[in-house]
Design a protein around this ligand. Sequence first.
Ligand code: CU
Length: 218
Amino acid sequence: MRLLPYALNHAQAVDDVMRFIVICSLILFTIVIAAMVFFVFKYNHKRNPRATSIPGNVPLEIFWTVIPTVLVLAMFYAGWEAYLQIRTVPKNAMPVKVFARQWSFSFEYMNGKRCDTLYVPKGRPIDCLIKSLDVIHSFYLPAFREKQDALPDRVRHMVVYPEHLGVFDVVCTQYCGLDHALMKTKMIVLPDTTFDRWINSSSTAEPKVALGDSTTYF
Ligand SMILES: [Cu+2]
């Protein structure tokens, strides 16, 4: 089951972590509610007019300390593994500067080429170097399940692996003023030959996008 359409394996990893946490929470919720209902009936005033004092129970204390600790650590580990995938910059990653400002995104490639739409080649990891030119924004790719705040005073990294050709939404998810809701653009994943031709050309025109019938749009 997909929570949202997803664009790559990393999104699958994030969805798996999400599902794992929701399932654990549902099981715990059921156990807690069932225990509560059980005690309400078993120890109500009619059946137990005099309360008994229980000073402590060491095995029980160990049990309800160890089980939640193991569960929380398992959730942390699953989340940490998925998180590392987008924070570890691979050596062959292509750097792209991402600028956020009120109220638009713009992108700059290492050869100085600039664009308002993020064009990337399929199959090459992209190292997004994210910075804000004014207030705090957030660079969010819903189909990739990736998000990073854009801060005015420092550059943050986020690695994107475009595995499929397509047109993907880019939105700001940090409230940043009047036109925050309009602060969005697209990330377009091109075949790498098309991308290379465009990035190396001196023309300022945007690349011609002919992605074919199998293109995904999010
Ligand atoms: Cu914004």
